[in-house]
Write a protein that binds this ligand. Sequence first.
Ligand SMILES: Nc1ncnc2c1ncn2[C@@H]1O[C@H](COP(=O)(O)OP(=O)(O)OP(=O)(O)O)[C@@H](O)[C@H]1O
Ligand SMILES: [Mg+2]
Length: 340
Amino acid sequence: MTALPKLGIDIGTASIKLVELFPVGKGKWKLGAIGSEITPPGGVLGNQNNLGVIAAAVGKTVKESGAKNRRVAAALPEEQVSSHVVEIPLMSDEEVKQALQWQVEQYIPIPADKAVWSHEIIRRDEAGGGMEVLLVAAAKNLVDSFVRVFDMAGLEVVALETELMATARAVVPADVPLSMIVDIGAKSTDLGIVRAGQMVFARTIPTAGEAFTRAIEAALGLASGQAEEYKRTYGFDTQKMQGKITEAMKPVMNVITAEVRKTGDFYMSKHRGEQVKLVTLSGGVALVPEVVNVLSGLLGMEVAVGNPFNRIEMDKNKTSQLLGLGPFYAVAAGLAMRTS
Ligand SMILES: Nc1ncnc2c1ncn2[C@@H]1O[C@H](COP(=O)(O)OP(=O)(O)OP(=O)(O)O)[C@@H](O)[C@H]1O
Ligand SMILES: [Mg+2]
C-alpha cells in the first residue's frame, strides 16, 4: 500500500508547525510545504470560544505555506494523553480489543465513557511470554476540540496520535534497540522511551523553554523579550556575556537532566538487561546554542539532535533555509510520515 501525501500539523503552546510530505518510496519523502505561526494564547485547551481563533491561525499556516493537501495527521499534547504498555496473555488481534475494553478504565485517569482510546500490539511472544499492547487514551472532549479546529480550518483529520509517537517515527533510527526522546518545547518537556522505533513509555514535566527564559529574566533583571533573545543568541555558550546566560539557565537544565535520568532509570529497573544508550533531543529548545553538549555532559550519555530532514528530499534553497530547524519540526514531520 502506498501512503498518501498529507499534512502533519503540530499545534504547540508556542507555535503551530506544518510539514507537507509526498511519499516517494519506502521510508523516503519529498517536501511539499513547510511553515509555522505563533499559537494564539490559550491554545486548543483554552475555552471553546478560542477554537475559532486557533482554527484561523491553523488556516493561516496552511495558506502561507502553500500546502496543497487538506488531509491532516495531528498530535494530541503529550500531557493530555495517557499511554501505557499493558501486558496480556497471547490472543488473536481481534480478541485484543475486546479484552482491553474491560481493562481500559484501570489504566486511564478518566471514566471510560468520556475517553477515546486505541491500541497497538507492540510485542508478541509466541513462545509463551504473552504480548505487550500500547494503550493510548485521551478525553473525548479534547479529541472533539482538535477535530473541530481542523474542521473549521477546512481540513480533514485522518489520523491522531501523540507528539512522542510522531517524534519517534521522525527522528529515532529503527536500528537503535533502546533510546530516549527528550522534546523540550515552550511549556513542557516530553520524555519518551523508544524500543526499536516504538514508543513504550512516556511522561511529561512542566519545565521547558519558558522556564529558561524566566531564569534569565530573574538573574539578569531583563524584560522577557530581551531574555528570550539572549537565550536564542547566546544559549549555553560560556564565551558570551561572561557566561552569565549559561549560569542563569543551569538550574533549569539540572531539573530537566534529573528527570531524564529518572525516567531512564525507572524504565531500566523494570526491564533488566535493557539499556538506554542514546538520547535524541527535539523541540524548539534543541535550537538553543550548545544545549546538546550541555545535556550530554550532564547526563554522561550520547545526545543526538533529532533531525527529520535526513529522510526528506528538498531543493538546495530549502535545505539551507531550514538548516538547524529539524528538531523544531520533528513532531509535524513525524505526523506527515505516517503511512495511514
Ligand atoms: N531558533 C530558536 N533558537 C533557540 N530557541 C528557540 C528557537 N525557536 C524556538 N525556541 C525555543 O523553543 C521553545 C518553543 O519550542 P516549541 O516550538 O517546540 O514549543 P511548542 O511545541 O509550541 O510548545 P509545547 O511543546 O510546550 O506545547 C521556546 O521556549 C523558544 O524560546
Ligand atoms: Mg511541542
